[in-house]
Design a protein around this ligand. Structure first.
Ligand code: IPD
Ligand code: CA
Ligand code: CA
Length: 276
């Protein structure tokens, strides 16, 4: 029931986003020119929120755009997530820079956390009309097909991925990590949507994705996908992912500890990373 709500909301938001791709949009800077929002992000979030809240008026909702600018409210929502029966976590467009620049590689990401535990995760790629989804204990899927992480333990045969947050300290950490890992793996990709990267880890296309300075809406749905697909998601200390984590490694499990050994020392101090 919750899964169907998430799928429907993601598809409807995806239709809206697709209809505005390469059309007239209004773009604004948030914290800097590295961090932008469009009228389509806001319209997508409103559509998703209206649909979810109409279905479940007593549920809580955390959307990227309406949360922007109130760091303390975000912090307390996440700190108290374990007490909330139903918290929807939504990124109305993950990959806004791609969307604005006319590049493919953006999606809608919707997750539901029940008492802090990720229960439903849906990632919809509207240009390709591909829907990835997972439910706690029921596996991960791409459309009607079950998906699983890759089983390759040889990093030299694997593609890894990462991404650049708007925070400079997190970017520097990513650049330093590329310098190290770029010499070990087949290649590294950075498509510009953390959620889609996680869907690619869950479906075995990419062996691992890491990033510093993420926000919960970027990854909540993707974390469940990777876990349900047989992968592992941790923070850079190796602890199992929790909703307040910003520095994250998601892998096919095989290479998790080897990658962490490189990534952990490069992590910026959490308190200095821009939550948005
Ligand atoms: C961004 C994308 C990008 C990641 C950034 C995110 P947005 O989300 O996921 O891949 O590197 O850290 O902020 O702003 O497009 O929703
Ligand atoms: Ca995002
Ligand atoms: Ca976004």
């Amino acid at each position: 029931m919750f899964l169907e709500t998430a799928k429907h909301a993601a598809r409807e938001a995806g239709k809206l986003i697709r209809s505005r791709f390469e059309a007239d949009i209004t773009t604004e800077e948030k914290s800097s020119s590295f961090d932008i929002v469009t009228d389509v992000d806001r319209a997508s979030e409103k559509l998703i929120k209206d649909y979810i809240m109409a279905s479940y008026p007593d549920h809580s909702f955390l959307g990227e755009e309406e949360s922007y600018g109130d760091e303390s409210a975000l912090h307390s929502t996440l700190e108290s997530a374990s007490k909330q029966p139903y918290l929807w976590i939504v990124d109305p467009i993950d990959g806004t820079s791609n969307f604005v620049h006319g590049l493919p590689g953006f999606c809608v990401s919707i997750a539901l956390a029940c008492y802090g535990v990720l229960t439903v995760g849906v990632i919809y790629d509207p240009l390709r009309d591909i829907l990835y989804w997972a439910e706690d204990g029921k596996g991960a899927w791409c459309g009607e097909k079950p998906i699983s992480v890759s089983s390759n333990a040889n990093i030299a045969e694997c593609i890894l991925s990462t991404g650049f947050s708007s925070d400079l300290r997190a970017r520097r950490a990513v650049l330093a990590s590329i310098q190290v890992l770029g010499e070990q793996c087949r290649t590294i990709r950075s498509f510009g949507s953390a959620a889609l990267h996680l869907a690619y880890v869950a479906s075995g296309k990419i062996a691992a994705h890491w990033q510093y300075g993420l926000s919960v809406w970027d990854i909540a749905a993707g974390v469940l996908l990777v876990q349900e697909a047989g992968g592992k998601v941790s923070n850079m200390s190796g602890k199992a992912y929790c909703l307040t984590d910003k520095d994250v490694l998601a892998s096919n499990t095989e290479q998790h500890s080897a990658l962490l050994a490189h990534l952990q020392p490069l992590a910026p101090q959490p308190s200095k990373v821009n939550p948005f």
